[in-house]
Design a protein. Structure first.
Length: 321
């Protein structure tokens, strides 16, 4: 399971120890600005950002993901238990996703008009963050079906029997883009890369859902006949609370720093444990599975590129500068 090697190769990048949560595969709360129906609490005091050195993290991630100099042996232990590992992946993978959605929302907000075709730099960010979301769908959903059914799904069911992705407050910022509508510039030839990434995202979401819940029915769909629950301010709190997300006046520089810290932890986890440490449940060949396999192969470069874009925005936090 471990990639520990006895001696570092010459020129190898020395990647620091695990520094996220209170122990390897531990969790941290995420602080985000209000979004969708999620409001900031009255009198909320922003959480002090955890240490973040953007450039160092990018260098380490390039080494960890094989897109830069090799990484020296890692001092990160395998997870204490698979429950711990996959719980970390479910919560942290979602937190990374929320931060990516926020940064995508920022790119869209910065367009001079909603129908303006984004310039090349904005387009590159949208494509890269969408692919980052694809990577997180795979990462969050990398557990075996049994573990999803015995640990993760029951926890969401206990939070609310109709728990649903439609409640994700930050998704409001990107729903038009992710559903392939109604952004007027999306059919433009210059948006081909973004359109392809959105298509990959739909294929991966469907593939992960089919693998983990073969009958394909979400908790919301199962509960809808007995207690239909539409997204509201209350469901936003239930959702945020499950994924340890706080709302307050958080600047995007701090969102980017929190994203980088999580990407580093994800990079360490993947380098030590691989994407499917307990194997991948078999699934029949389906349309789009080529897109999924391709994303699995490109996971490392996608994470390193997303980190590089986020690092342009992140400000080093005081204790790390
Ligand atoms: C891996 C992490 C996952 C993420 C980040 C995620 C995210 C989302 C989001 C954002 C939506 C809302 C789409 C919209 O409003 O247009 C959604 C809807 C949905 N998701 Fe997922 N999803 C994940 C895993 C799953 C799994 C494992 C299933 C298996 C059942 C699933 C089934 C569904 C279904 C059926 C919907 C439609 C709405 C509903 O019935 O709740 N998703 N998901």
């Amino acid at each position: 399971m471990s990639t520990l090697a006895p001696h570092p190769a010459p020129g190898a990048v020395r990647v620091g120890d695990w520094d996220f949560g209170d122990f390897p595969y531990g969790l941290e709360p995420l602080a985000l600005p209000p979004a969708g129906q999620a409001r900031a609490g009255a009198g909320h005091r922003p959480v002090a950002p955890a240490p973040c050195e953007p450039r160092r993290i990018c260098r380490e991630l390039r080494a960890l993901t094989g897109t830069g100099a090799a990484a020296a042996p890692l001092g990160v232990p395998p997870a204490h238990s698979y429950d711990q590992l996959f719980w970390f992946r479910w919560i942290t993978g979602h937190q990374v996703t929320f931060a990516l959605w926020r940064l995508m929302g920022r790119v869209l907000e910065e367009l001079p008009r909603p129908d303006a075709v984004p310039g090349p730099a904005a387009m590159a960010r949208l494509e890269c963050y969408t692919l980052g979301y694809c990577a997180m769908l795979l990462y969050s959903g990398s557990c075996p079906r049994d573990l999803y059914q015995s640990l993760i799904r029951p926890a969401m069911f206990l939070q609310h029997r109709g728990f649903s992705g439609t409640w994700a407050p930050d998704f409001a910022q990107v729903r038009g883009l992710m559903r392939g509508r109604p952004l007027p510039w999306l059919p433009d030839g210059r948006a081909a890369g973004v359109r392809a990434a959105v298509e990959v995202q739909q294929a991966i979401h469907d593939s992960v859902a089919a693998r983990l819940v073969p009958n394909g029915r979400s908790l919301l769909q199962q509960s809808v006949t007995e207690s239909p629950v539409r997204p509201s301010e209350r469901t936003a709190v239930l959702y945020d609370n499950f994924f340890m997300t706080l709302r307050g006046p958080v600047p995007d520089a701090d969102v980017a720093a929190q994203l980088l810290r999580r990407l580093r932890a994800v990079g360490l986890d993947l380098a030590v444990n691989g994407l499917y440490p307990l194997g991948r449940d078999d699934e029949p060949e389906e349309e789009g599975s080529g897109l999924v396999a391709d994303c699995e192969r490109r996971l490392g470069p996608v994470l390193a590129t997303a980190a590089a874009h986020a690092a342009d925005l992140a400000r080093p936090t005081a204790s790390a500068a």
